[in-house]
Design a protein around this ligand. Structure first.
Ligand code: 8X3
Length: 255
């Protein structure tokens, strides 16, 4: 029987690249997200690797829908070896006094509460078989704070704290808990953060080469292929042109 993994927010970006990496590594997969068409497209593609792919469509903020989707699974699908808590976003980039409450709720409900809700479903099954690996997708914003990053940075700091807390609580159950903390990755991230303003989103990556989603998937591959006695607690992965959350080196545009 193949090992099983679940990836949240798998319809694009880091989640999609991670799902592809897991399929290449022979995992049967549960891919979750809101965009059914994209997930079905991904399923068709990944099943070429001779693995089974199950699509669960729900908004990670909707705990009831998540529970219904989980309860619809046959018992053997619930025997998850690897959980990748990827679903997350940044919404808005304003000073705290101007922040939009809806953006804040969306980030807190997705990045923190969504991660907790799905983990609480998967962990009991991992405990039963005394095996599992949870990878939380955090960010450089999980350890650094930058101007106008306020609530997004707080939510990723929470992911960092939860990763450490989970690792302690799950220690007696032989469950590994890791986080991956990327700097700039060119995905839909900035388009989402700037509510579809392409000009602002493009500026983020102007004059430098950001990470690709597949670079992050490669790092996660390293984590999940370590021998049983090794855990990567956290991996901070940056573009070579980014020294910290705020120091970047950008080539001057010539045209
Ligand atoms: C994404 C990286 O630098 O925009 O989490 O916070 S950053």
């Amino acid at each position: 029987m193949n090992k099983k993994a679940i990836v949240t927010g798998a319809s694009s970006g880091i989640g999609k690249a991670t799902a592809a990496m897991l399929a290449r590594n022979g995992f049967d997969l549960i891919v979750t997200g809101r965009r059914e068409n994209r997930l079905l497209e991904l399923k068709n593609k990944l099943e070429n690797n001779n693995v089974k792919v199950k699509v669960l469509v729900f908004d990670i903020r909707d705990r009831k829908a998540m529970h219904e989707a989980w309860n619809s699974l046959a018992d053997d699908w619930k025997q998850i070896d690897v959980l990748v808590n990827n679903a997350g976003l940044a919404a808005g980039a304003e000073p705290v006094q101007d922040g939009d409450w809806n953006d804040w709720e969306q980030m807190i409900d997705t990045n923190i509460k969504g991660l907790l809700a799905i983990s609480q479903l998967v962990i009991p099954e991992m405990i039963k078989k005394r095996q599992g690996h949870i990878i939380n997708v955090s960010s450089i914003a999980g350890t650094e704070v930058y101007a106008n990053g306020n609530v997004y940075c707080a939510s990723k700091h929470a992911v960092h704290a939860l990763t450490k807390g989970m690792r302690i609580d799950l220690l007696p159950h032989n469950i590994k808990v890791s986080s991956i903390s990327p700097g700039m990755v060119e995905t839909e991230f900035s388009m989402v953060r700037y509510h579809g303003d392409k000009e602002k989103a493009d500026k983020v990556y102007e004059g430098l080469t950001p990470l690709h989603a597949s670079d992050v998937a490669d790092a996660i591959e390293f984590m999940i292929t370590r021998p049983p006695h090794v855990n990567v607690n956290d991996m901070l992965l940056m573009p070579a042109a980014q020294a910290s959350a705020v120091y970047n080196y950008r080539e001057k545009q010539t045209n």
